[in-house]
Design a protein around this ligand. Sequence first.
Ligand SMILES: NC(=O)c1ccc[n+]([C@@H]2O[C@H](COP(=O)([O-])OP(=O)(O)OC[C@H]3O[C@@H](n4cnc5c(N)ncnc54)[C@H](OP(=O)(O)O)[C@@H]3O)[C@@H](O)[C@H]2O)c1
Length: 328
Amino acid sequence: MELDTVSMGSTGLRVSELALGTARFGSERGDDGDVEIDRETAHDILDRYAAAGGNFLDLADVYGGGDAERYVGDWLDDRDRESFVIASKIYWPTREADPNGDGLNRKHLRRQLTRILDRLGTDYLDLLYIHRWDDATPAREFLRTLDEFVSDGRVHYLGASNRAPNAWQVAMANEIARREGYEPFTQSQIVFNLVDRQVEPEYLPMVEEYGLGLMPFSPLAGGFLTGKYGRGETPPAGSRGDREERFRETYLTAENFDVLDTVETIATERDTSPVCVSLAWLSAHPAVTAPVIGPRTVAQLEENLAAAELTLTDTEFDRLDEAAPAPY
Ligand SMILES: NC(=O)c1ccc[n+]([C@@H]2O[C@H](COP(=O)([O-])OP(=O)(O)OC[C@H]3O[C@@H](n4cnc5c(N)ncnc54)[C@H](OP(=O)(O)O)[C@@H]3O)[C@@H](O)[C@H]2O)c1
């Protein structure tokens, strides 16, 4: 199977219809020093994604404490960097006990961009997101700094990533950018999936108004929408549900299992998997550019990639909308 490319929002750049997330590359699994995705598995996942025509890599300076960027940088040593669209993010703390070691202040942004490029072994990022909004730094300060990165060629496009759908912040930032002549945010990243549709009432209209690309993260609700969790059952050993209490509290709810019932029924009818149904639903949304998938193994990646071949019918969309109504 071969992934198609799509326009990255209203820019001229073409990206794969599925972006590859790297949040678990090198991230610690427990106290024994084990990591969720080690270098070798990361390289296997990257190989398979690239072989399927994937070109869109989603990183952040904090993933694996910088190891995600190191793993990708090592992998790129034997590749043509120009063939890939590389995104990273800055905001979260990177220096313990340093009052300037986090956020979007100019000092942290400049230091982190230098470190990101160094770890990746590249001269530029295709896309730099603010990983979160920073209430402590004036928007004009970080927008001007980001604009400098674009002007000096080290960053090509800017994006805003949010956890809560604070559409007004992105809109305000882009109005400041317009007034000051700075590069605006042209991309966005936020949680969006069949069991979390809180972006729909306000954030998505903002995305469409500003012509932003949208890269939804956690498209499978951290694995809940794969169907591997059952009502009242112990999560499979080693799964995110097994490892993370926050996951269990967020996703293993009665309402979510009701949504999953419909996803699983459609998957059975179409002789496919809940993964494919969930990703196909999200990819088809007119506001969505490329969901950011986060497979932990090559086998999981294969199942995620298969979604690119599934097109749902209007009736199936209606059934999913009925099962998982948007919050308005
Ligand atoms: N901007 C942000 O703040 C932000 C936040 C979160 C994520 N992200 C980005 O989005 C990416 C994806 O996020 P996510 O990992 O939450 O995405 P997700 O697709 O919702 O969940 C991925 C997890 O689901 C499970 N899974 C995936 N495919 C499977 C399959 N076929 N069978 C069984 N289990 C499967 C795996 O977990 P287990 O096997 O471990 O159970 C996998 O790690 C991240 O890597 C990162 O790049 C960004």
